[in-house]
Write a protein that binds this ligand. Structure first.
Ligand SMILES: O=C(CO)[C@H](O)[C@H](O)COP(=O)(O)O
Length: 207
């Protein structure tokens, strides 16, 4: 299983600092949605220049104009972009078309989707490389939130999937056991006093 670091910060400088510390321990560097909204695709160019050989995921969470938005991010150096599972099929297909043009890939983010397993199967048919079984920061803050629902839905989907929703050193082994292709961790890494050590600890837990 791969480890993806969600860099949810607001400035490119802070993102570069976090990426430099965590990169040796993670497989995918994710430019978080707030970073891209704050700094635009220039942040993708900056991360690409600093990490020429690393897989970069731009968490665009595209809801419309899939081909146009994906094309922008791939042109700036992203390897993967996210499109919302709640978007129309044509939006996912448009992003997949742009990915084909650049030799890159699309991840479908299932945040807010009721039947995540079924939408993941549809996303795979539309050409997504995998789907992200995701509970966002707002959902995580609700009483009774548990990662387990995401893990069972991912396993039941029969698709390639990632998991995001407060993944930590306490839960990452369960993510791996559920059969995920990628575990996504944001706060568990960028919120730690020692970013490099936190990333290394997560990686060691799935080695
Ligand atoms: O996309 C996101 C929020 O919409 C986050 O990047 C994702 O949830 C991972 O961060 P964390 O591990 O802190 O939940």
């Amino acid at each position: 299983m791969q480890l993806q670091f969600a860099i949810d910060t607001l400035s490119t400088d802070a993102a570069l600092e976090l990426a430099a510390a965590a990169a040796p321990h993670v497989d995918i560097l994710e430019l978080g949605t707030p970073l891209i909204k704050s700094e635009g695709v220039a942040a993708i160019r900056a991360l690409r220049a600093a990490h020429p050989d690393k897989t970069l995921l731009a968490d665009l969470k595209t809801a419309d104009a899939g081909e146009l938005e994906a094309d922008l991010a791939f042109g700036a150096g992203a390897d993967l972009v996210t499109v919302l599972g709640t978007a129309d099929d044509s939006t996912i297909a448009g992003a997949v078309k742009a990915a084909g043009k650049h030799g890159k890939g699309v991840v479908v983010d299932l945040i807010g989707v009721a039947d995540k397993a079924e939408r993941a199967r549809q996303a795979a048919e539309l050409g997504a490389v995998f789907s992200e079984f995701h509970a966002g920061l707002d959902e995580q803050a609700q009483d009774g939130y548990s990662l387990d629902t995401l893990l069972s839905a991912g396993s039941a989907s029969g698709t390639d999937f990632s998991v995001a929703g407060g993944v930590s050193v306490a839960t990452i082994a369960a993510v791996q056991a559920a059969g995920a292709r990628v575990a996504v961790a944001g706060g568990a890494i960028y919120g730690a006093p020692d970013v490099a050590a936190a990333a290394a600890e997560l990686k060691a837990a799935i080695a």
